[in-house]
Design a protein around this ligand. Structure first.
Ligand SMILES: *Cc1c(COP(=O)(O)O)cnc(C)c1O
Length: 449
């Protein structure tokens, strides 16, 4: 038996994989990875795969990046971890200073969690608790967008809106208000992204006008609803939303866990709308895809709302064991160095254009309803009927066929349902983008037959 196969057998004896119907693996092989280098993942038989999904949207500068490796190794020899209550360390202080400096104006406090979902819980609890500390006991609800995703823990799931992940657990979840998404896939023929997003802002405004007394915060994924099939909208929606939240005395939580750190073309998506949220959640790319870490940034008014004598019990008594882990902070610092030293945001513009050019012809495919792009995220929506935009029945799992074709052709393209997307690390080359476009086209041809 090959090493690949024996590892797969051992794996299937003892593991339970995330977001997976394990029975699928009776036919679909698990791929054990021996080594990562740059954009490449290599298995035990020497097969290579381009990591086009950035290992679930986390990797920014390739696997085994020497600069990130060195920083972590150096940190490892000094301090692997220390309790962050009562104690502190240099990496977490420097990281906080730098995050305050590069995030939208006004955000000047960093709280840490150890993954994205936990960070969402932090923002929700802080928002609710802030109002409570003000003596406001009526604000207990959150507003979410349809088709949104904020993670898998129960409160994060409750403020999400993708049925596939949420519906089963509905009896366990707090109730939320849902406003229609500005997702521009649903715009009328001929309508611009801007006009459609503006039109959708009206419903949000009405909801806030009616219910604001009960509402702590609105939570959104700025510009791209990633887990919700890479649906996209215009920044004007965020500008309108910020104004409405101010008008109705409601917090705005920006979940940039997936879209932060250059994915949308700017360092943070909120920049494109010129807004500062009350809470900014960052994870995934924060450590360059190396280690779990989440930063929740907020501003002085929130911070001061908790600052008081201990016995008032206004403090935020929330913690995670690995809060602010030094190794993860070191990886984050190395990641920020790369952004600065390599002028990444400016240099990505060429890759963004290349991704558009290499996939422009997909729009003419008879089973492609839309090719959409926001910065370094490009998505291709496969449909059964192009004119009516009728989707393929989900049970047919057409996307899986694209995935299988990709694996045979050096590409880890892991579609979301019927949406094939590229969200590559920023070290991808123009030739690699051409190769991906070719493999994706063939995959879509096979899958839609
Ligand atoms: C991935 C993701 C999360 C959850 O982060 P985890 O680290 O997987 O818990 C939350 N929000 C968005 C927008 C995400 O893409």
């Amino acid at each position: 038996m090959s090493l690949n196969n024996s590892l797969m057998q051992r794996d299937l004896q003892v593991l339970w994989h995330p977001c997976t119907q394990m029975k699928d693996h009776e036919t679909l092989p698990i791929i054990p990875i021996k080594k990562g280098e740059g954009i490449w993942l290599e298995d035990f038989e020497g097969n290579r795969y381009m990591d086009v999904v950035s290992s679930w949207w986390v990797n920014l500068f390739g696997h085994a990046n020497p600069r990130i490796n060195d920083r972590i190794k150096h940190q490892l020899d000094n301090l692997e971890h220390v309790i962050l209550a009562g104690f502190s360390h240099e990496p977490v202080i420097e990281l906080s200073e730098r995050l305050v400096a590069i995030t939208p104006e006004g955000l000047n406090r960093c709280f840490y969690a150890d993954n994205g979902s936990s960070g969402i819980e932090v923002a929700l609890k802080m928002s609710f608790h802030f109002w409570l500390n003000q003596g406001n006991t009526r604000k207990t609800k959150f507003v979410t967008l349809s088709n949104s995703y904020h993670g898998e823990t129960l409160a994060a799931l409750a403020v999400g809106n993708v049925d596939l992940y949420k519906k089963t657990y509905e009896p366990l979840l707090m109730t939320t208000f849902t406003a229609p998404s500005p997702d521009c896939y649903n715009r009328e023929p001929g309508e611009s992204w801007e006009d459609y997003s503006l039109r959708q802002a009206v419903a949000m405004e009405q909801l806030l006008a009616e219910k604001h007394e009960e509402i702590c915060a609105v939570i959104v994924e700025p510009l791209v609803q990633c887990a919700g099939s890479m649906r996209m909208y215009h920044p004007v929606y965020l500008t309108k939303l910020r104004a409405a939240c101010d008008r109705y005395n409601v917090h705005l939580i920006a979940d940039e866990i997936a879209v932060g750190f250059g994915r949308t073309g700017t360092l943070f998506a909120c920049e494109q709308a010129g807004i500062t949220p009350d809470f900014l959640c960052l994870s995934k790319g924060l450590t360059g895809g190396y280690l779990p870490l989440c930063a929740v940034l907020t501003h002085d008014r929130i911070y001061q709302g908790f600052y008081d004598d201990y016995d008032t019990l206004r403090g935020f008594l929330h913690s995670h064991s690995y809060t602010g882990n030094p190794l993860a902070c070191a990886a984050a610092l190395a990641t920020l160095d790369i952004f600065e030293q390599d002028n990444v945001i400016a240099n990505n513009q060429k890759l963004i254009q290349k991704m558009a050019d290499a996939t422009a012809h997909f729009a003419d495919h008879p089973n492609v309803a839309e090719v959409r792009q926001t910065g370094m995220i490009l998505a291709i929506e496969m449909v059964q009927d192009k004119t009516t935009r009728t989707p393929f029945p989900w049970q047919e799992r057409r996307g899986l066929r694209v995935y299988e074709h990709g694996l045979k052709n050096q590409a880890l393209l892991r579609p979301l349902g019927n949406v094939v997307y590229f969200m590559p690390p920023y070290i991808i080359t123009e030739d690699q983008i051409d190769h991906l476009a070719k493999v994706a086209w063939e995959g879509i041809e096979l899958a839609t037959r």
